[in-house]
Ligand binder design. Sequence first.
Ligand SMILES: Cc1ncc(COP(=O)(O)O)c(C=O)c1O
Length: 387
Amino acid sequence: MDRVYLDNNATTRLLPEVLDAMIPFMTGDFGNPSSMHAMGRAPARALAAARRAVQQLIGAEAESEIVFTSGGSEADATAIRSALAADPARREIVTSTVEHAAVLGLCDHLERHEGIKVHRIGVDAEGRLDIDAYRAALSPRVALVTLMWANNETGTIFPVEGLAELAHGVGALFHTDAVQAVGKVPVSVRGTDIDMLSMSAHKLHGPKGAGALYLRKGVPFQPLIRGGKQERGRRAGTENIPAIAGFGRAAELALEVDHVAMRLLRDRLEQGILARIPKARVLGDLRDRLPNTSCIAFDFAEGEAILMLLDRAGICVSSGAACASGSMEPSHVIRAMKVPFTAAHGAIRFSLSRETTAAEIDRVIEALPPIVAQLRALSPFGAEEVQ
Ligand SMILES: Cc1ncc(COP(=O)(O)O)c(C=O)c1O
């Protein structure tokens, strides 16, 4: 059975062109880019080329502003810990209730074990940040504001440029987790107040094990991993050249993505589902959302059960965040949006990629209505609601 893969916010397929860019560094060109001899040259060139590609993807001014990491989580951790270490007099962090676990998990730890005060700003029913609460949390005690560019579950986009400006107003650094935004919407740091930005290769058809932190020139910095002089002393350890070369190629290819075509396919999916399935609602900010993401809550149906029945039909989706699967609790993002109980448990995330086709979308539109109807018939809450 051909699978329909609509879980691209969890991870994406490696593009063949990306694999081609990686293979030489796992075979003949295995050298260490720091080596002075001939075998170091091709890896060093690949490292430089990948850095340029990532720099261009986000409109950074200089190549030196890109620090390669092992992925998005490491980039987030590096940014957060660096900001705290760079100004030890400031002991507060401002973030939101809907960040990825890569940010929230570390903030929880810092609060519990390292005496850092964390302000978690809430969102409204559409996932939009409470700007008044954000302004109120800002003070000269804040070392860092860390707010995501786009939400991994709903696709809701935060107005990071304005939020960064406000952070600078109190002398705080501003970091954005742009892991879900890069490659899906135009992302540019040029002319903004963004000091640090996290990216991850495997979310844009690159390999797992590579990511990057954009670090604006002049921003105070303390490395997470100290040791060797790699990455200008900002991230020690022999570089993962195959993955970084793949990241570079993926970054080049990401510039070619047709965001409008992606949005039209996503809208076709949403309209098809909403037309055929009553009591379904789209979660997130419908005015400002990633073009590939649709989070739909089905009243009186269990998301995990929908996921499993779709899986049996060869369709891969996610219920809430992938990491929240396996638990019956709605995800923290859905809880933060105060989605009503009857709907919160039936939320499914569909996330498309540049490879998704109209035929695949139509297969989902066909497969889903009987699955939801079947589950609603079993629901103790809403049998009478079923059509
Ligand atoms: C918003 C966001 N931040 C960070 C991460 C973590 O990235 P990585 O898997 O590269 O560590 C993810 C991955 O799901 C994400 O969606």
